[in-house]
Design a protein around this ligand. Sequence first.
Ligand code: NAD
Ligand SMILES: Nc1ncnc2c1ncn2[C@@H]1O[C@H](COP(=O)(O)O)[C@@H](O)[C@H]1O
Ligand code: GLU
Ligand code: PPV
Length: 574
Amino acid sequence: MKFAIAQLDPTVGDLTGNAQQILAAAQNAAEQGVHLLLTPELSLCGYPPRDLLLRPGFIQQMQTVLEKLAKDLPQGLTTLIGLAQPNTDAGNKGQKPLYNSMALLENGTIKTVFHKRLLPTYDVFDEDRYFESGTDPNHFTLEAGGSSLHIGVTICEDLWNEDDFWGQRTYKVNPTAEVVAAGVDLVVNLSASPFTVGKQALREKMIAHAARQHSCPIIYVNQVGSNDDLIFDGCSVAMDRQGTVVSRSTSFQPAVQIVDYDLEQQTLVPGTIHPLLDTPEAEIWSALVLGVKDYSRKCGFSKAVVGLSGGIDSALVAAIATAALGPDNVLGVLMPSPYSSDHSISDAEKLAHNLGITTQKLPIGELMAGYDNTLLDLFTGTEPGVTEENLQSRIRGNLLMAITNKFGHLLLSTGNKSEMAVGYCTLYGDMNGGLAVIADVPKTQVYSLCHWLNHCIQTTDTALGLIECDRKTEIIPNNILTKPPSAELRPDQVDQDSLPPYDILDDILERLIQRHQSTDDIVTAGHDPTVVGKIVRLLTRAEFKRRQAPPVLKVTDRAFGLGWRMPIASRWST
Ligand SMILES: NC(=O)c1ccc[n+]([C@@H]2O[C@H](COP(=O)([O-])OP(=O)(O)OC[C@H]3O[C@@H](n4cnc5c(N)ncnc54)[C@H](O)[C@@H]3O)[C@@H](O)[C@H]2O)c1
Ligand SMILES: Nc1ncnc2c1ncn2[C@@H]1O[C@H](COP(=O)(O)O)[C@@H](O)[C@H]1O
Ligand SMILES: N[C@@H](CCC(=O)O)C(=O)O
Ligand SMILES: O=P(O)(O)OP(=O)(O)O
């Protein structure tokens, strides 16, 4: 029995386009003699559709497109398609209006519809807002060529309640155990599981645990691509009942991969196993490149603009943008002020040369003088300080927005997670932008990514096939890697004038943001109480800024954005 794993990259809300993607995968699968085509969770509307789900017209149109697709799909091929389905009991007993479902299509008809049992409502997930939980185990019999196979259907989170995997506990609802108890030969899991660093290793451990626990082969299908802040890595995988990987699709690329089930041996046949990316840096790099590429494409941008300061954050963002969009589509803007060092210009120019991108130089000295003159009377008697520093950042932000307005570039903002955490960035200045590319990457990891990129370009054929350049050189100029980070908003300013060293700052922030530790916990771990107190206050105070930041590409298990819902007017800061 042959299965096709369609690791698709849907655009949220593009019902017709997504249906076309499914149809193309189905035609390809049918030509290869496939019996069952598997598509990701909500493959027809794309994941996450968010509040589009509240629009009745959207739900109706989804049904119309599904019915047409059922007729268009090749005869003899059974297909599982993810979509939202109305809950006919909605309104009763506070039930939610929809189900998160999988429709089973066969020979022109919708044969049955399965409903997701477990609805994730944590971190970036908010499925309880829209969906009612399915109550029954989902399974069906696939008939082909006189044979039959009993298949259990689970949808994403349904696989994440595995007894004893998350510690010694037994879950009230374990959809995999329930379909196995119903006597299935094989379980499929149709997912839209967002990327975070190391997540595929975790998924594979969990799937292997489930396969062994239930002595049942499992085929896991994941969405690929990026929708707004969420990046999906694909990496669909099939495991036999011993928990051994027999098939793995590509990471961060769409694919249709075939897996065979041997009916006599009652096992999945080993097939193509694409390797996993081997370092956190390779994973993050690939994720961010895909994030920029898909965000641009799906929002209708082909070009991006970045303010190039000669610093490391803007260098990394420019490199990611170049890999995503191609060097001809990235513009670097150098905006020196009277406080800018010579190397800020020479390093930015060298970087642009290495990347093969175009630059524009727009000095801001005259604009600064214009602001100072206009504000002269009003500000008489005050000391110059952060206000004047922020004006420089805002002049640059304005110029960059003028470029996007005039030429249609997407402005990429360059703030890293450490800066966003402590508010070391200017609202309506360097925070301007449509997409915050590295705002989930702490400064220490910005360095490791840049070192990795240079190493990669010198030692392998490509930086994961993404940047073309002279292989003997570096991408990020060495001086950018070695000079102290500085905003250059006043003479001789460096970040470490106001912040602890980044390795200390990042460790404290990781404990606060990802591990939910208290001030006391962090001090007990060995950090200076005064420093911890300061960082906690800065983190709390900068909430108003983060709320106004562009969407942040998520790569950790706690990114600023939908998975971080802190109050702004708050008195809790320990
Ligand atoms: N822009 C850069 O390139 C850069 C680089 C390095 C460091 N920095 C640092 O970043 C900081 C930027 O200064 P900033 O944070 O004072 O400037 P900001 O203008 O970004 O934010 C301060 C302003 O935000 C508003 N505000 C404050 N609290 C608010 C709240 N709770 N709700 C709504 N609005 C609120 C007020 O108008 C206040 O003046 C400085 O410490 C600077 O040294 C900036
Ligand atoms: N001199 C500069 N030219 C272009 N763009 C600049 C310049 N200085 C700063 N920028 C932009 O602002 C952000 C933040 O700067 P920090 O150095 O971190 O304060 C930087 O990444 C550039 O995009
Ligand atoms: N726990 C799952 C849930 C995803 C879903 O059900 O959409 C994940 O992190 O991928
Ligand atoms: O934001 P950048 O590029 O100026 O990097 P740094 O803050 O390290 O100077």
